[in-house]
Design a protein around this ligand. Structure first.
Ligand code: SF4
Ligand code: SF4
Length: 190
């Protein structure tokens, strides 16, 4: 394999599936994100929400940037600081973000966090440096119950591809129309 081929492969599409049947609400993902990104206070790019099933029993819903294909945060960004990487991840260029926060208003998943000190509206970047090096995001490493499944979407044999192809893993709030590109969920009972 040539270097170009290796790089092209390393930049292939990824998916992160959260199995809500396995999530215990421990919030280790929130903390791992906070620590990995050296975020101020108790800031994290992940929020774990307590929810109720129709029968009244509890479950937990971790939410972070869904890396939307039709990302409204990208289209409203006046400087082009929010952009799509070839891996499908939606990233923020901290040198060109002017802190206008239009993206925070535009994101229907409330996935942006404003860092007052830096003046930047940040978000999950999938720990892409680790991923391109062959690793997994910090939240995936931290999830002891194995509720977070990370892998290659452009490999039809990967666990993530199979879960999505089977219809078990689905986007969160498809009615928002933003087409989540990397985050998918296995909902309670599915
Ligand atoms: S680390 Fe895993 S089990 Fe814990 S809250 Fe996050 S997704 Fe759920
Ligand atoms: S979830 Fe929000 S921040 Fe992430 S790509 Fe979609 S609109 Fe942008």
């Amino acid at each position: 394999m040539t270097l170009d081929q290796a790089l092209a492969e390393a930049r292939g599409k990824y998916a992160l599936i959260i199995d809500l049947n396995k999530c215990t609400g421990c919030r280790a993902c929130e903390l791992a994100c906070h620590q990995r990104n050296e975020l101020p206070g108790d800031m994290s790019y992940i929020r774990v929400y307590p929810k109720q099933k129709p029968d009244g029993s509890p479950y937990f819903l971790p939410v972070q940037c869904q890396h939307c294909v039709k990302a409204p945060c990208e289209s409203v960004c006046p400087t082009g600081a929010t952009y799509h990487h070839e891996s499908g991840a939606v990233l923020v260029n901290d040198k060109t973000c002017v802190g206008c926060r239009y993206c925070m208003v535009a994101c229907p998943y409330d996935a942006r966090r404003y860092d007052e000190e830096k003046g930047i509206a940040e978000k999950c970047w999938l720990c892409l440096d680790w991923v391109l090096g062959g690793g997994v995001p910090a939240c995936v490493q931290a999830c002891a119950p194995g509720a977070r499944i990370f892998g290659r979407l452009d490999d039809p044999d990967s666990e993530v591809s199979q879960l999505i192809a089977s219809g078990r893993a689905k986007p969160l709030h498809p009615e928002f129309g933003t087409e989540p590109g990397i985050l998918f969920y296995i909902f309670p009972g599915e």
